[in-house]
Design a protein around this ligand. Structure first.
Ligand code: R5P
Length: 300
């Protein structure tokens, strides 16, 4: 078994191979002046007849990172690797897991079919957006849920039943919230979302009977992109008298002014998994998924 890192492996390739005691190689990647991507595998002879794990997160610059991944798989086929598996901490395009409007593509289906058709027979990823997205891969996909990582962190902060509640921003996050609340032995609640058809404005509402005054809220979601979802809910919870608002999310993209928006919405801390490059900011803390990835590999 060999681990091959591409340009966006987040330093995970070296840690995974060290922990498994196996060889680690880093592909040579460059972008030509016209924008085309180039990949060359080091020590091609050593990859022949091997099971190879390619590590690549697909954010930022999703499209370039995907092309890089595809080129590396083609190169591995070319040198005669026995099996190609991928470790993709952040799976881009997973939110387009169905057609929402006529005429759209199902982007994640295309991506996963392409990987499978190229010969990838296994994917390890972290908190993919939905079960639907996962269902398109015809090989074996292991979706790591970071529930335990988050729970251990929160326990270390002294979160307990008397003072906290887990909040899912929408129905899509219900399962995440339910699993986290189980780990922490807390209640969870799913926020209702209303969109004003005329103004387009989004409004959030807690179930009527729930009193959250003086409690700490733990919002859980899979992705923070523009920060809009979490910031709106953070503000709303504060308006209901919540004490501290802590957010846990696997993937922190923080597009545009997301961080400013989150800070001004009264969010106290955001815990993320290292699935995309780190941003150095006091609001953020990253949890290392190496152990969970190694566990997934050894289970395969
Ligand atoms: C939506 O279905 C996802 O689970 C996230 O809630 C969403 O992608 C967050 O996006 P943003 O940060 O832009 O509100």
């Amino acid at each position: 078994m060999i681990v091959v890192s591409l340009s966006n492996d987040l330093g995970l390739g070296a840690k995974i191979s060290k922990s498994l005691g196996i060889k680690h190689l880093t592909a040579h990647v460059k972008v030509f002046p016209d924008g085309e991507v180039y990949v060359r595998l080091p020590e091609p002879q050593s990859l022949k007849n091997e099971v190879v794990y390619v590590v690549q997160s697909l954010y930022p610059n999703q499209n370039d990172k995907i092309v890089e991944l595809l080129l590396s798989i083609d190169a591995l086929n070319e040198v005669g690797a026995k099996e190609v598996r991928t470790i993709i901490p952040y799976m881009a395009y997973s939110r387009q897991d169905r057609t929402f409007l006529d005429g759209e593509a199902i982007s994640i289906r295309l991506l996963l079919n392409t990987l499978y058709n190229l010969g990838v027979n296994g994917i390890i990823t972290i908190d993919i957006h939905s079960k639907k997205a996962m269902s398109y891969f015809k090989g074996k996909m292991f979706n790591i849920l970071p529930t335990k990582l988050f729970a251990d962190k929160l326990k270390s902060l002294g979160i307990d039943k008397s003072n906290a509640i887990v909040v899912a921003p929408d129905e899509g996050a219900r399962e995440r919230a339910s699993k986290l609340s189980n780990e922490l032995n807390l209640e969870y609640v799913v926020i209702k979302k209303f969109r004003d058809r005329v103004t387009g404005e989004i409004r959030h509402e807690l179930p009527r009977e729930l009193n959250v005054k003086g409690m700490n809220a733990i919002i859980i979601d899979d992705i923070i992109s523009t920060g809009g979802t979490v910031a709106n809910i953070g503000k709303y919870l504060r308006s209901k008298g919540v004490n501290k608002v802590i957010v846990v999310a696997a993937h922190g993209l923080f597009v545009g002014n997301a961080l400013e928006r989150l800070r001004s919405s009264g969010i106290d801390k955001i815990f993320l998994v290292l699935t995309v490059p780190k941003i150095d900011d006091p609001l953020l803390e990253y949890l290392d998924p190496t152990g969970l990835i190694v566990e997934a590999i050894t289970k395969e």
